[in-house]
Write a protein that binds this ligand. Structure first.
Ligand code: ZN
Length: 497
């Protein structure tokens, strides 16, 4: 007979298999499925998700955990076994705190709310979306109450994405960023546009360049695919089967950055220790840690001067008509313009943080009830004016631009900016460890950097809480200073000039 540990692991792997099947159904839906497949696909996904949920709240998991925990506590904290037991306990307790009816109602309402949001955004009509937002908020408040007592009502929402992190910690970091970012942007903003950035750039060549970058960064070709979709994402079906997605437009070269971003997510998943495969440890430590890796490859590496000294000649050869007479340095400046704009997903590296900070603030006020949904558009517009100096022309370019609130993703926004903050904390350590990284980037060599990240961050999967992993890698807690140093040295003078 199997030991209780083997039995627990078998059950956890089964749950994971169902979750991966669910993920594959989603990937297929947005990458491959013919449009008329949508009618049935929703039901198929719902069934698989329900089976996974039922198995994850099973009483038997609790009984097995009780049997195993005394031995697991005697094992080294970072052993795979002790980590699996610890994470399984946490997941099981969390899942059981939310009544099945509430989870089902939330799934149903948010699916409809997302449709309502898409139509409202199209028509730039906040009033049409408001009743849906009220319903989602009501469900979120009920969800929060499942986790009482808490220090801050936002804590349970944040914890879904950043296990163990507190809202108060994030507030301190974001307040510090805000203090520096607002004047930095006012100083560095540059609304000039470079004609050569408008293309045309043939899509097949963009695809080839994307593949070249992903290969250079160290992805094994047999372990990933790159396909096109409307909203790019990265999906991991196993450490050896990573689905990267991107999108192309002939009028811009943002696809190169999208490819590097999703590649960063993919390298994280691909680099998780094979011993953790199929277990709940086979995932990133948190959303912010994940985003730290997409941002590290996309921005810290992919928007750096040494990187473009290496890669620009290749891009130039791909588009000789458009870029033939352009200098590498002019191209570097063009992809680093600080240009305050309305839409978060189009924001540059310097202004991006303020888009997130204002959402984080508004979410807390909505949850606490100090801001009503009726006053939300006005509050949104006031903050865009205060932080970015822009007047929002309509709700489509304002409060209706993101899908997150309709889909119930309150608590997710801050992880994007925490990812930026963490990417620089990790980068400073990598530089210390690797010596002259700039020279390596300038030669198009990414192997040492990739290996360092793999053994220090990726391999551990979800064994540690985000704060524990950060402590191990950088020797301290969340710290906005490396990120601010980076932004100041990059945008303080050089790029604005
Ligand atoms: Zn990302």
């Amino acid at each position: 007979m199997d030991s209780p540990y083997d039995e627990l692991k078998r059950r956890l792997c089964e749950i994971q298999d169902l979750e991966k099947a669910h993920e594959l159904l989603y990937w297929d839906q947005v990458v491959m499925m013919p449009p008329s497949g949508a009618a049935v696909r929703g039901d198929v996904r719902a069934t698989v998700a329900r089976l996974a949920h039922e198995k994850s709240v099973d009483d038997e998991i609790g009984r097995l955990l009780e049997q195993i925990e005394p031995q697991a506590e005697a094992m080294p904290y970072d052993s795979d076994e002790a980590s699996l037991v610890r994470v399984a306990r946490r997941d099981w307790e969390k899942a059981r705190k939310v009544p099945t009816e509430l989870a089902a109602e939330t799934a149903k309402v948010t699916a409809d709310a997302e449709d309502a949001w898409a139509a409202a955004r199209q028509a730039s009509d906040f009033a049409a979306f408001k009743p849906w937002l009220d319903r989602v908020l009501e469900l979120k408040r009920r969800y929060i109450e499942c986790f009482a007592p808490y220090d801050d009502p936002y804590d349970p929402l944040l914890d879904d994405f950043e296990p163990g992190m507190k809202t108060a910690e994030v507030r301190v970091v974001f307040d510090r960023l805000k203090q520096e970012l607002v004047p930095l942007i006012a100083h560095a903003a540059n609304n000039e546009q470079d004609e050569f950035m408008r293309g045309p750039f043939a899509v097949e060549r963009q695809h080839d360049l994307s593949l070249e970058l992903i290969g250079r960064f160290g992805f094994e070709p047999v372990a990933y695919r790159l396909d096109t979709t409307v909203h790019p994402f990265c999906s991991s079906l196993s450490t050896q089967d990573i689905r990267l997605t991107t999108r192309y437009s002939e009028e811009e070269l943002t696809s190169l950055f999208t490819a590097m971003h999703e590649c960063g997510h993919g390298l994280y998943e691909h680099g998780i220790s094979p011993a953790l495969e199929r277990t709940p440890l086979c995932d990133g430590a948190s959303s912010a840690l994940h985003e730290s890796q997409s941002r590290l490859w996309e921005n810290v590496v992919g928007r750096s001067r040494p990187f473009w000294r290496w890669f620009f000649p290749t891009v130039q050869r791909a588009f000789p008509d458009v870029l033939g007479d352009v200098e590498a340095d002019a191209f570097y400046r063009a992809v680093n313009r600080v240009h305050p704009s309305f839409i978060r997903v189009d924001a540059d590296e310097a202004t991006y943080g303020l888009h997130i900070i204002m959402r984080f603030e508004l979410e807390q006020e909505l949850i606490a009830g100090t801001l009503s949904t009726a006053d939300l558009p006005e509050a949104w517009n006031a903050r865009v004016e205060e932080y970015l100096g822009l007047e929002v022309p309509d709700d489509g370019l304002g409060v209706l631009q993101d899908v997150h609130w309709s889909s119930g993703g309150f608590g997710y926004f801050p992880t994007y900016q925490l990812g930026n903050v963490i990417s620089l904390q990790i980068w400073e350590r990598a530089r210390e460890a690797l010596g002259d990284v700039d020279a390596q980037l300038e030669r198009g060599e990414f192997g040492e950097l990739h290996q360092w990240l793999r053994s220090n961050v990726y391999a551990h999967g979800r064994k540690y809480l985000p704060a524990e992993l950060l402590e191990r890698v950088v020797g301290g807690p969340l710290d906005p200073e490396p990120y601010l140093r980076y932004l100041k040295s990059k945008f303080g003078t050089a790029v604005a000039a």
